[in-house]
Design a protein around this ligand. Structure first.
Ligand SMILES: CC(=O)[C@@H](O)[C@H](O)COP(=O)(O)O
Length: 255
């Protein structure tokens, strides 16, 4: 059964997108990406030396679709400038927009994210903004031209999983663009839950990069995303308060 995800005209078979930071070394990163089956990886432009020491890694990643991000940007101006540098350096107009509002929580600055989305869309970028798990913000971002929205599960790198599953479900039910759960996932069941809630995909980094065995965790994430998506398509049973016996209740011996 073909079940591709299309974002801005680009079809993805894998619904797992991965970050490329925090790995113990580049060999482990490359092995984990391969094991995960991912087709799109993020690159933290402000934290990389694209023309210098990171150039060989970029070359080795060239088979993946690049999604440069604006991690480390706290203003609209910084984010727009970083996106423009990324477009020039990596020859892609795709950008994962981050405008951060708090350095300890790494929570998005909502006003800045919406404003930067408008500017970048006007400049011809394919914008995927990282945002808080707020249906109104997600709607504003879609209205501004974002091709997908990326609400957080919990703070970046926290491993807390999805703190507000009900809100993520509401966002998925209402969003006119694909919803990609981004940030805070800690283990495979968190990724499966995102897909079960209706997310089109997940983007994660720390849970794989910082696992005791990143390659094994990458494999677990692949299986979890596939399982979560299948469960979503299969349709979960409704929750009910009363028990409902699994065995027949009529024709019992002795009745
Ligand atoms: C990789 C990326 O672009 C970020 O969104 C972020 O790092 C993901 O969060 P976690 O590291 O918590 O998975």
């Amino acid at each position: 059964m073909s079940d591709t995800l299309t974002i801005a005209g680009r079809a993805f078979t894998s619904r797992l997108f991965l970050g490329t930071g925090k790995y113990p070394n580049n060999e482990t990163l490359l092995e984990a990406l391969k094991a995960s089956g991912t087709e799109m990886v993020t690159l933290a432009i402000r934290r990389m030396n694209l023309a210098g020491e990171d150039a060989p890694l970029i070359e080795k990643l060239s088979g993946y679709h690049f999604l440069p991000n604006t991690a480390g940007c706290y203003t609209v101006e910084e984010a727009v400038l970083t996106a423009e540098l990324a477009r020039e350096a990596l020859d892609t107009n795709w950008i994962k927009l981050e405008v951060i509002g708090d350095k300890d929580l790494l929570y998005p600055d909502v006003e800045g994210t919406v404003a930067a989305t408008r500017i970048l869309v006007d400049k011809g970028f394919v914008v995927l903004p990282y945002c808080n798990e707020d249906p109104v913000t997600c709607r504003k971002l879609a209205d501004a031209g974002a091709v997908a929205v990326m609400p957080l599960g919990s703070p970046i790198g926290s491993g807390h999983g999805i703190k507000n599953p009900a809100l993520i479900e509401v966002i998925c039910a209402r969003s006119p663009v694909p919803v990609i759960l981004d940030a805070g996932l800690g283990t495979a069941s968190d990724a499966a839950q995102a897909l079960e809630l209706g997310c089109a995909a997940v983007l994660l980094n720390t849970a794989v990069a910082k696992a005791a065995d990143p390659v094994k965790m990458a494999m677990a994430m692949k299986a979890a995303v596939e399982g979560g998506r299948l469960a979503r398509l299969a349709g979960r049973i409704p929750r009910q308060f009363q028990a409902n016996p699994s065995s027949p209740t009529v024709g019992l011996v002795g009745t």
